[in-house]
Design a protein. Sequence first.
Length: 274
Amino acid sequence: MTTTPDLVLRGAGGAVLRFGGGAAVTLRRGDEELRTPLEAIELVHPEGRAVEVVLTAPDGIEPAAHRVDDVSEAAVTAFAEVVNAALPDVFEGDPVPDGSALVTTRTIGPPPESEQDRNWRLAKRAVLVFAVVAVVLSAVLAVAGEPDFIVFLWPLGFFGPLMGVISAGIMGPGAVRMWRLPRHGITVTAEFSHYTDRTRVYRYTDLHGTAHTYQGGNGGSHLEISYDPRDPRRAVAASSAWERCMVAFVTLLLGAVSLACWTGVAALLVDALT
């Protein structure tokens, strides 16, 4: 028995068009989600890197369409083939419904911040901290009459904040969860959902029946994960003791590099000012 894959198209403006083999196609734009049942769809029409979901309409009425641009051409072709194959059969003489009247709209909140998005946000803040610190300290050294020290200040001022954010803000929490959740969390089997442009996405359900996704892992169709019962969105994939020790070691090493950089910056300032 074959199963329909969960197909996701991510297009311009943050639009997300999804079909998971159910009875409807969903389109999300911003905080609004449109749910279009299959019986309201005339066809899915691929146009290169764009796709149109054309709705049914009685004679004399211009059919409406939902369009998503700037998508992978291969993904568009696959999406159109799968959805068109799933459309219900229409026989001659059957009444044609007004597809627009069957579309339901709901307002949803912003999606929870993923681990990758959080890490990217922290990295950008680290670069900002570096720029501010380096500019201020360069001005101090210039005023103190020690411009030669600026050559050493910039690399130290860069690696200090950056390594600190990577160690304490990105790898640190992940290392703690790798050790804590398998022992104190809830372990379940997650099923493969779909690919993104960066990684695999797995879907799991907590004890309250709420579905969550986990990005990453090298599993196949299934992946064993452990999640935090206080916040089921936080989860880690099963890992060996060697992998956990290596993550902890790299985290401590980056923390030591950050501390050494900040110590070097402090030494430069003391030397320049005295």
